[in-house]
Design a protein around this ligand. Structure first.
Ligand SMILES: Cc1cc2nc3c(=O)[nH]c(=O)nc-3n(C[C@H](O)[C@H](O)[C@H](O)COP(=O)(O)O)c2cc1C
Length: 165
């Protein structure tokens, strides 16, 4: 059985939640790696690689960015699926993703699931908490649950993980 890798990074927990849902849906077929804990994960044995990040100031997290740079040639020979959380609307978000990949993987070689985003108003970091409140306000998101997660896209991603590569 060919295995999949789910490699992700999160600042506020949204991408981890999605990655965990994917792991459960894979029914043991996917290994999951938090890139902050496994910065030099070896992807040789995986045929399909799911790469997940939030968008921060229009970019991937620095760890995922570094992972893509270090593994660009390997990723070019695999099936790559990006799953990305961000608050921007889908069209803008997908464009941001393309710019963040910056041709390290040709656009014909990867698929993107842009999933919308969520803010954590209880984050332990005071700056992130205040910043999140500010953004939630600006984006006119529900102050009790500042989220525009696209559950339909998340479901499509989960279905994709559950299908054999
Ligand atoms: C510091 C910071 C910067 C952000 N910058 C952007 C941005 O440039 N574009 C965007 O669409 N969303 C932005 N967001 C929203 C996040 O992408 C969104 O909250 C996402 O769900 C975070 O994923 P995470 O919980 O896995 O860290 C930002 C959030 C934070 C906390």
């Amino acid at each position: 059985m060919k295995k999949d890798a789910i490699i992700y990074s999160t600042l506020c927990g949204t991408t981890r939640e999605t990655a965990e849902r994917m792991r459960l849906a894979s029914k043991g077929k996917a290994d999951i790696f938090d890139i902050k804990e496994n910065p030099s994960v070896n992807i040789d044995k995986y045929s399909r690689v799911f790469v997940g990040s939030g968008i921060y100031a229009k970019k991937f997290s620095k760890e995922i960015d570094q992972f893509i740079t270090s593994n660009a040639s390997k990723l070019n020979s695999k099936e790559v699926i990006l799953f990305v959380h961000g608050l921007a609307p889908e069209a803008e978000g997908k464009k941001m993703v393309e710019e963040a990949v910056n041709n390290r993987i040709p656009s014909s070689k990867y698929k993107t699931y842009y999933l919308g985003g969520k803010l954590d108003l209880k984050h332990k970091n005071l700056f992130l908490r205040m910043f999140s409140r500010f953004i939630a306000n600006m984006a006119k998101l529900d102050p009790k649950n500042p989220s525009n997660i696209n559950e339909q896209r998340v479901e499509e991603l989960i279905k994709c993980v559950s299908m054999t590569s």
